[in-house]
Design a protein around this ligand. Structure first.
Ligand code: DP6
Length: 332
């Protein structure tokens, strides 16, 4: 046995958001969330456990740079959890990770990063686990990573314990080739990470109203995906993205992720939809960039129009992709 494995996992875009934790230690969310795993935006991670005992600490390299401080500590904490599961706390690890999208693009990398890390580290240490178990482990590292273990359209069940707060696939990637067109309006690092933001959700007076609204919408969202009905799904996605940002803005302290460019894109999309009938809907994560969802037939026209907006710096696109997988090509 080589104690080395490599895994690749796609990022994901949430239609119903994960925002706020009921249990910060276990990363149990306040509500179920639903997302699409992205095929074109992914992280590849190789983990090798140092069974010979050469290393005195984990060695972590992300996109060619040695990770230090809180970033490295977060990875080490996750490796500690996996070491504990495997029953051997001594092994340190070499971890090399690479994103195929720029970290500065503001695309959530924690989902794909912790899904790939979980699968690579568990495989390399010889734990034989199914996707549900991997999803529970990935959740400890990053909530949204629990969804990236699965491909296609995915729901993360809030659950009530470590074992029951897990994701499952609703539909495979080829069920509906929806497109996610990401309008990047700012490449600055966000000022408040989503990890810290989750703790603030409960301080907003709007939080419980949003969580109640989510529970009223989940069935409709699942149905709209089942029917491949973007006209029905789109307004629900927009409503929850706006509700989440309303919670963020009204937290104490307040979080304001939007930039002027965010609003330029939101207004343009609504104008294109209302005046020209272009069926495109938006969602926004914990950052200023806008994810636009459309059917493949409208992607070219959407890209053409986005080029006319002065605040759009770059655009990235993806359809639905497979869940995390072990691959043969190691990064070292
Ligand atoms: C706004 O999963 O990044 O993207 O668990 O702290 O890693 P951590 O948070 P994370 O939060 C995602 C927040 C979101 C919405 C979503 O993807 O559901």
């Amino acid at each position: 046995m080589s104690f080395k494995a490599t895994a690749r996992a796609g990022s994901n875009i949430a239609f119903i958001k994960y925002w706020g934790v009921a249990d910060p230690h276990l990363n149990i969310p306040l509500n179920n969330s639903i997302s699409m795993t992205l095929g074109a935006l992914h992280t590849t991670t190789t983990v090798e456990w140092d069974v010979a005992g050469y290393l005195s600490a984990d060695q972590i390299v992300i996109d060619g740079v040695r990770a230090e401080g809180p970033k490295a500590e977060r990875v080490t904490r996750h490796l500690d959890f996996i070491r504990h599961l495997a029953g051997d706390r001594r092994f340190r690890a070499r971890v090399v990770s690479r994103n195929n999208f720029p970290m500065a693009s503001g695309i959530a990398s924690s989902a794909s990063a912790f899904a790939a890390l979980t699968m690579a580290a568990c495989t390399a240490i010889g734990l034989s686990l199914d996707r549900t178990q991997l999803s529970a482990i990935a959740r400890r590292g990053s909530g949204s990573a629990s969804r990236s273990i699965f491909g296609g359209y995915v729901e993360w069940e809030r659950g009530g314990s470590d074992a029951t707060s897990v994701a499952r696939q609703l539909f495979p990637p080829d069920y509906w080739p929806l497109r996610d067109v990401v309008a990047v309006v700012s490449t600055n690092e966000k000022t408040v990470s989503s990890q810290n933001g989750h703790a603030l959700a409960l301080t907003s007076p709007l939080n419980s109203a949003r969580v109640d609204a989510v529970y009223g919408m989940l069935h409709e969202v699942r149905n709209a995906i089942a029917l491949r009905d973007l006209e029905h799904l789109g307004p629900l996605i927009e409503q929850d993205a706006l509700a989440m940002h309303a919670v963020m803005m009204t937290s104490r302290p307040s979080l304001l992720y939007w930039q002027p460019g965010t609003l330029e894109v939101l207004h343009a999309v609504r104008r294109w939809r209302e005046e020209d009938g272009l069926p495109v809907y938006f969602t926004i994560d914990a950052g200023p960039n806008v994810h636009l969802l459309c059917e493949p037939a409208f992607e070219r026209e959407l890209l053409r129009r986005l080029q006319t907006l002065s605040s759009v710096r770059t655009v990235m696109t993806s359809g639905p992709g497979e869940g995390a997988e072990v691959i043969d090509q190691h990064l070292f």
